[in-house]
Ligand binder design. Structure first.
Ligand code: FAD
Length: 434
């Protein structure tokens, strides 16, 4: 069995960390896989016990293996035949079982290559990591696969009626069946929370607010054809690209346009100059996100029903202030357009603003930045990385033994959130480490 110092330490045992460990083991590279809890392979996305939480990517695209695109569907055929439709959207819980099964399969096939450790990594050292219980784990290289950080909850103010982290276990339990709620954020997290409440018998009303009031769009019933991007869409200045995208969407359908862009998003991001990236982040991102990260049709139908029943209202505006007492929460807001509106009040407020990426304040990456072992990308989206995912130091040199994988690698790849993107990156990191 490999000594600790010969292993690669992987911090985070969600999809990214576990599937990297599996790939490394298959290539003969031993790793120590460290996760806060014993739920290896699940992370926030696949830990949900609720079958109404469906994948937002068709099963045919959810293979954990870059070399076997139909791996997940073949697994479904064996274990959940009723769900084995490549064009369908399986429950996220079932995908979690698949990830676990793959990890366990590789552990059996490659004994001793993956060492699981349940622990909280509190510091990254020159050659290893430190855990909260004082253990030091040496390693020859390190991969940060820590996933999405919890939302930043500056406005929370500490009231029990304000739920700052909707993913925290039991976060929604206190909400009564007839209670009205306010939600800050109108994206996928908001949809998840409303679905969860609705399935639990909740009958109240929800008002969800975001700056633009945009909700995720729905997938079509069947997969959409891919529209090959035109030269203008690929390389013209950003405003002309947007005009071109609108024209193509009118003529061929917006989903077809997105299908054409999806596989080359990371390449387009890498090729974009700083000014273009800045404009994308500032102006385009909200519109990109709602068209790119879509809802399964069945989920979209539930949301449409709630809107038509008047139980879900989505408004566009900015939060000005949030206050709460023992009975209720009050949200002062300024509408995006039109005259001022009265404050919104409800029994509860759920923060669904999404991950609060703040690498400088993060206990793991903050010290790396302070010491110059890492630097932020110019837009401060995250750690600056080379094309293989190695961390760039303050001097611009890549650290050959320090990698970032998954959502925290977003500065270099823009989208490394979904499984199809992450599994590609796993291959790159595994190749670099082997
Ligand atoms: C609600 C939701 C639904 C999604 N649905 C889909 C979908 O349908 N299809 C799709 O392709 N993608 C989906 N995604 C995207 C999803 O983020 C990725 O598919 C994938 O789960 C990311 O895995 P990860 O391992 O990078 O991060 P995570 O799943 O967040 O795992 C990171 C792990 O690291 C651990 N960790 C963090 N810090 C430390 C530390 N200091 N010490 C020890 N352990 C630590 C965490 O506890 C966690 O277990 C969804 C995401 C969310 C949040």
């Amino acid at each position: 069995m490999a000594a600790d110092i010969d292993r690669v330490a992987i911090v985070g045992g969600g999809f990214s960390g576990t599937m990297l460990a599996a790939r490394l083991a298959e290539r003969g590279v031993a790793s120590t896989l460290i996760n806060r809890t014993g739920d290896f392979g699940l992370g926030v996305a696949y830990a949900t016990p609720f079958d109404g939480h469906l994948l937002n990517v068709r099963s045919g695209r959810m293979s954990a293996r870059a070399d076997q695109p139909d791996h997940f569907v073949r697994w479904l055929e064996r274990h959940h035949p009723a769900l084995a439709d490549p064009d369908g959207f399986a429950p996220r819980r079932v995908f979690g079982l698949y990830v676990r099964d793959r990890l366990e399969g590789v552990e059996t096939a490659c004994p001793g290559q993956i060492r699981r450790v349940v622990g909280d990594v509190t510091a990254i050292e020159a050659e290893g990591v430190h855990l909260a219980d004082g253990t030091r784990l040496p390693a020859r290289a390190l991969v940060l696969a820590t996933g999405n950080p919890a939302p930043r909850t500056a406005e929370a103010g500490g009231s029990l009626r304000i739920l700052p982290d909707p993913w925290a276990p039991g976060a929604l339990e206190a909400i009564g069946a007839d209670d009205d709620i306010l939600i800050v954020g109108t994206g996928l997290t908001m949809v998840d929370m409303v679905l969860r409440l609705e399935a639990g018998g909740w009958r109240g009303r929800a008002t969800a607010l975001s700056r633009r009031g945009l909700m995720p769009r729905a997938h079509g019933e069947r997969p959409d054809p891919v529209l090959t991007p035109t030269e203008t869409l690929l390389s013209a200045p950003l405003s002309r690209r947007l005009g071109e995208a609108r024209r193509l969407a009118r003529d061929h359908g917006w989903r077809e346009v997105m299908e054409g862009l999806r596989p080359i998003t990371a390449t387009l991001w890498a090729a974009a100059d700083l000014a273009t990236r800045r404009r994308i982040v500032r102006h385009l991102r909200p519109y990109w996100d709602v068209h790119r990260h879509r809802l399964a049709p069945r989920v979209a139908a539930v949301m449409d029903r709630l809107v038509s029943e008047g139980r879900l209202t989505v408004v566009a505006g900015r939060v000005r202030d949030i206050s709460a007492d023992d009975q209720a929460v009050r949200l002062d807001w300024r509408p995006r357009q039109g005259p001022a509106q009265a404050p919104l009040t409800a029994g509860w407020l759920i923060d669904c603003t999404g991950p609060g990426h703040a690498p400088a304040a993060d206990p793991l990456t903050g010290p790396l930045l302070a010491s110059g072992r890492a630097r932020l990308d110019p837009l401060k989206l995250g750690l600056d990385l080379d094309p293989a995912g190695r961390v760039l130091g303050a001097d611009g040199r890549a650290d050959p033994a320090l990698f970032v994988l998954g959502p925290p690698a977003r500065a270099a790849f823009w989208e490394t959130i979904a499984v199809p993107d992450i599994r590609k990156r796993i291959e790159d990191v595994a190749a670099a480490l082997a």
